[in-house]
Design a protein around this ligand. Sequence first.
Ligand SMILES: [Zn+2]
Length: 378
Amino acid sequence: MKNAFIYTDKLSEFKYGEHHPLKPFRLKLTWELIKAFGLDKLSSTIYIEPKPADQSFVEKVHDHEYLDILRTVNVGIDVPYASMFGLGYGDNPIFNGVYEWSMLVAGATLEAVNLILSGEVKIAFNIAGGLHHALPNRASGFCYINDCALGIKYLLEKGKRVAYIDIDAHHGDGVQEIFYDNDDVLNISIHESGYYLFPGKGFVEELGTGSGYGYSINIPLPPGSDDKVFHYVFDRVVPAYISKFEPDIIVTQLGVDTLYDDPLAHLNLSIYGFADAVKKIKSFNLPWVALGGGGYNIASVAKAWTIAWAIINDVTLENKIPASYIETYRGYGFENDSLYGERYEIDDDVSQKLIKEVDREIMFLEKNLSRIKGKRVI
Ligand SMILES: [Zn+2]
């Protein structure tokens, strides 16, 4: 079976604004690095250009009224009431092409789902996706259309049980809210604690509601958490829930604002730690819709997602970025040719203290594990 990479340079041409931290250009940096390593020409891969999503499908998650306003502001000009939908200030600027950008990202995720459903593709990666904060009736946290939720919705319509794993530094609040009462979606989010970081949610007590109670799993990490703390949590929680739930398909949000050199969050993962998470997700050996997410050190984003694509295709890359790439993109933060960068180690006593903190949360969740039911036997 093949793995699909879904991308077009058009995605990288949109601009949130000169001073906005989200730079769609990071997508091109990633694609160019993938090409520099020859990962676009493997026998295991296919490359697909996405098309914009249909608004009628997007309305399965988002309100018609909100989408109409988003379409109206696509020209880059504010309109009355836009601010009531979270549009036009700070995090969610009204930029030229904001609707087109959002529909193209969503279309790429729906294409990824389509390819998986066809049975011809095992893993599909949309690096532009993972816009997990958008809510049905408002933009939030740089996200206008929640492509993760749309992809999951599509899978549910086809009768699939979906495990959503979100490893972005920020809690995946939009996705959680949309499926909070649904026991066909297992929602696992590991993120920096909402006491310190947007969106101020994702606490361990948020377990779901109604028949979805027990199917929202949140593990907030204290600021400073490194690879060791992250993987301690991952290993204790994720495999147990996945094996109990027995999903048909995994959808992941692979945000890399968890890295120690990210300017927005306060976690200390290294690219090695991120890569290990990708390997563990791959080892579940399930059809997998892989989406991008946050990441605001754009050189680190390109490195991390290139490595993710290599892991998806069972390729081990040497720790050396090709010279021609460095020459072209040096100005974007590629200070040397190391692909993996430094490991980031915090003192053992500090990491033991952090592990003790997260242990209390894990114990709380372990009591909850019994609520999860596997595939219904008909
Ligand atoms: Zn994030």
